[in-house]
Design a binder for this molecule. Structure first.
Ligand code: TTP
Ligand code: MG
Length: 369
């Protein structure tokens, strides 16, 4: 039996702010940028001058229709009396790290997905769904006791249902979807409850009469493939409650590399460049799969006398595209092969391409963590 938990903190940034300043409890609190309350300005704020977007807001502010990514000016129009606070990322990161430390202790396998969200595989720690529920309750209690914050947890036989379940009751929710109930749980939900299904996908599905996950599950998969390509398969699987993906630590990875030993040692620069190109492509596929971005690109050259040379270049910012990777790797190879003294009588036995200084893109914030 697989038992997966998805834990997501409630209105994370604003909940941390409220914890730091309990006077804000029960009030609309908006994090994204400071705006003085009307009473404290002489002329009243002109909404035209207010820039930026809402990072998140308290559930009290959500009652006014305010939500993440809304322009702050719009939020101010909807609720001028709310408390508008700047983003204190250093503080949220510190709190996040403390929460992740608590969560990791409960899990066989642990995967942080964003600043306030993680998957836990607790399959070997519990024997049934009641024990799983008790485990989630213990997690909620510990986070509340130690960090003064609430979270919502979904428990299910796989990651995708666990994630949907954690959003099902929020804030301070706990939803258990036992193995036998997966399809029934998903069936009546709107398709946009599937993570990744945004307004665009939803619009296309609505056009062909699909609004619920049940309708998506019973749709001919070929029809979905025709509309969405490979993603159509994935949608169909998810709608049917199928997700085999493992909970895995991603953030620990420090570098990724691929290398190749030639069948015959070579000196031919076009062979070497071609090899670098292919390896860069392979490295790119691996980083794309893991959702990584990179900052440093290196090449490795091993000669027939087994001496090893490496060259590295650190870029000024993170990148995730194959062109940048190929260009940097090939430039390093050209630079290296122009340094004639190391070549002398030697031939190349092996070539490698590596990326390091990796980051993971936090989907929610479109930031590097
Ligand atoms: P979420 O978990 O999506 O939102 P939340 O924790 O604020 O609220 P919920 O109770 O619905 O889970 O995102 C976690 C944090 O990430 C959030 O507190 C602020 C940040 N964030 C942004 O900065 N911009 C965004 O557009 C989103 C969605 C989140
Ligand atoms: Mg959250």
């Amino acid at each position: 039996m697989r038992v997966i938990l998805h834990v997501d903190m409630d209105s994370f940034f604003s909940a941390v702010e409220v914890r730091e300043n309990p006077k804000l409890k029960g009030l609309p609190v908006i994090v994204g940028g400071r705006i003085l309350p009307k009473a404290e300005t002489t002329t009243g704020e002109s909404t035209r001058k207010i820039r930026g977007v809402v990072s998140t807001c308290s559930y009290e502010a959500r009652a006014y229709g305010i939500h993440s990514a809304m322009p702050l000016s719009k939020a101010y129009e909807l609720c001028p009396d709310a408390t508008f606070l700047p983003v204190d990322m250093a503080l949220y990161k510190k709190v996040s790290a403390a929460i992740m430390r608590i969560l990791r202790n409960y899990a066989d396998k642990f995967e942080q997905v964003s600043i306030d969200e993680a998957y836990l595989d607790i399959s070997t720690k519990v024997h049934d769904w009641n024990e799983a529920r008790a485990c989630a309750q213990a997690i909620k209690r510990e986070i509340l006791d130690k960090e003064g914050l609430t979270c919502s947890i979904g428990i299910a036989p796989n990651k995708i249902i666990a994630k949907i379940a954690s959003a099902f009751v929020k804030p301070d929710g706990l939803t258990v979807v036992e193995e036998a109930n997966g399809r029934d749980f998903l069936a009546p939900l709107p398709v946009n409850m599937i993570p990744g299904v945004g307004p665009k996908t939803e619009g296309i599905l609505t056009k062909i009469g699909i609004e619920t996950i049940n309708q998506l599950a019973s749709c001919d998969v070929q029809k979905l493939v025709a509309l969405f390509g490979k993603y159509g398969w994935r949608l169909h699987m998810v709608a049917n409650g199928v997700d085999e993906s493992e909970v895995e630590e991603k953030w620990e990875r420090k570098s990724l590399s691929r290398e190749r030993t030639f069948a015959e040692d070579t000196k031919d620069t076009s062979v070497l460049n071609n090899c670098v190109d292919v390896l860069a492509e392979e490295v790119y596929n691996a980083i794309r799969e893991g959702g990584f971005v990179f900052k440093t690109v290196s090449i490795k050259v091993k000669f027939d006398d087994f001496t090893v040379h490496t060259r590295a270049k650190t870029l000024t910012s993170f990148h995730s595209d194959v062109q940048t990777l190929k260009k940097a790797a090939k430039a390093l190879m050209t630079e290296f092969s122009n340094g004639k003294e190391v070549w002398k009588e030697k031939r190349v036995r092996l070539v490698g391409v590596r990326v390091s200084r990796l980051g993971v893109v936090d989907e929610k914030q479109r930031r590097i963590v």
